[in-house]
Design a protein around this ligand. Sequence first.
Ligand SMILES: Cc1cc2nc3c(=O)[nH]c(=O)nc-3n(C[C@H](O)[C@H](O)[C@H](O)COP(=O)(O)O)c2cc1C
Length: 304
Amino acid sequence: MTVDMSVSVGGLRLRGPVLAASGTFGYGTEVPLLERRALGGMVSKGIFLRPRAGTPPPRIVETPSGMLNAIGLQGPGADALIREYAPLWASWDFPVLVNINGESVGEYGELTSRLDGVPGVAGFEINISCPNVEQGGMYFGNDPHAAAAVTEAVRKRTRLPVWVKLTPMVSDIGVIARAVEAAGADALCAVNTFVGMSIDLNAHQPRLSFRTGGLSGPAIRPLAVHLAHQAARSVRIPVLGVGGIMRAEDALEFLVAGCTAVQVGTATFVNPRAIADIHDGIKAHLETHGFSSVADLPRYLPRD
Ligand SMILES: Cc1cc2nc3c(=O)[nH]c(=O)nc-3n(C[C@H](O)[C@H](O)[C@H](O)COP(=O)(O)O)c2cc1C
């Protein structure tokens, strides 16, 4: 039996349900070295309008079943992205979405206008886990009004797919999910990293120079599955599940919990073949259970 692995998600038709998560594949310069038949798509490392230096090292710390990172959204800015990376993406047989960031609603809008229509840019994933400098540094993703304002600003400036990457650091993810859906998002990605801290007991201070970092990897998986499920129950648009996916079984948990596709991040640091292994494992599971496509997999999605 042949299984149809393609999925339609947030305005894109993908050849497979597994994408590379933002920040864990850089801008894709190493992709030509990898096995990519299984890559449904890639989300670029987060970019701001202008170049950013990021935070000083140490930026990454290993933790039980996961890692903390505080890269500080280092990046070359929009001009370099257009010049150096987008032409490479335009030659690939899978779409690349740009993870966009800003310190104000206006900055997100301006960045979208700059990147819209550039060959190689297939869509946008809005990272709302950024501090809103004009509003005293409160994170866009924690406030439904700010999250909606950013989504609307991006939506107004492009006809390309707009996905919104939700932060788990909220008391009710459904409220944010509904707000950005109403503001025009085509899909949601759930979730970004959790804020965490690790202490060096020789130095008697935090291991990361930035003090705190984003926790990713298997340690967050049950939390992420729950939040992705909550988001999927709250909206009509598709949800991509992200957080701690190491194996096909983990990805299948997100899909059954109501997600349409998944993104894989930290697993790639451990196993550069992780995406291919996960893709093949999902296919084998569908075959074994007699499903002819990813869409046929039963979803547990009560709406009550
Ligand atoms: C080193 C590193 C850098 C990341 N950079 C970004 C980023 O620029 N923008 C973003 O939205 N998410 C970023 N993330 C979050 C991941 O895309 C993903 O949501 C998170 O790591 C959870 O998935 P995982 O457990 O599979 O890694 C980053 C994660 C890591 C580990």
